[in-house]
Unconditional design. Structure first.
Length: 229
């Protein structure tokens, strides 16, 4: 199991391509150590100095590959903590991270025709795998990613990188305003019940999709979720 460490980090980049959604990049002098699919705790209390009780924080999936210099997350404004992030965090701000947490891709799973299902920013933990060299170990992986509309799909560059790393990756993008919600029934029709399925997105989506897959005959051990929230 990975050792969780505290990092005092500097925000080196903030992207805000669409209203209410931000991508932050963090740097650390001592570097980061984590695996694809893991998540972190972010604390923004300016009074915290690294000692004493860990302050209020929130969990975010790491979007970046472990081979990258910076850790990157994307968040949408949901609640007081993320509103405070939007208000106070600037390039150059120093904050604290604790990582790594989780074992999404460390769990035993099949790497042939692995199915990844994501809603909105839920695609980010998958990108940390897709843009890592270990993604070459997967045979004919398939992604189903749903977004409200085309403006919400901020991940084209990373998906292009993923296709270069694993040329057999199949990418299905579903825009809700054009084709409706992700159809879990169709996904199961297109794939076999003995595949490994990974689901990431809003908690309600995760719960419903997992339940649907299991009811249709997918073993519970073949369904993994990114639901640390």
């Amino acid at each position: 199991m990975a050792i969780v460490k505290k990092y005092q980090v500097t925000i080196v980049a903030i992207e805000n391509k669409i209203e209410g959604v931000y991508t932050l990049s963090f740097s650390s002098e001592k570097g980061f150590k984590y695996s694809p699919g893991q998540f972190l705790h972010l604390a923004i209390d300016p009074e915290f100095d690294g000692s004493g009780q860990w302050p209020e924080s929130r969990c975010f999936s790491m979007q970046s590959s472990p081979s990258e210099e910076y850790v990157r997350i994307t968040y949408a404004i949901k609640g007081d903590f993320t509103r405070q992030m939007e208000k106070t965090l600037k390039v150059g701000s120093e904050v604290w991270l604790k990582l790594p947490y989780g074992e999404l891709f460390e769990q035993e799973h099949k790497k042939v025709r692995t199915v990844f299902i994501a809603g909105g920013t839920g695609v980010t933990p998958f990108l940390s795998l897709f843009t890592h060299s270990s993604f070459t170990e997967y045979t004919n992986p398939v992604l189903y990613a749903g977004f409200r509309d085309k403006t919400m799909n901020l991940y084209q560059d990373e998906l292009e990188t993923a296709k270069k790393i694993n040329r057999n990756l199949i990418v299905n993008i579903i825009y809700q305003n054009e084709a409706g919600m992700i159809d879990i029934e169709k996904i199961l029709t297109d794939n076999q019940t003995d595949c490994s399925f990974f689901i990431s997105g809003p908690p309600v989506m995760i719960k419903l999709f997992k339940q649907s897959l299991i009811e249709k005959g997918v073993p519970a051990s073949n369904v993994s979720t990114d639901d640390w929230e």
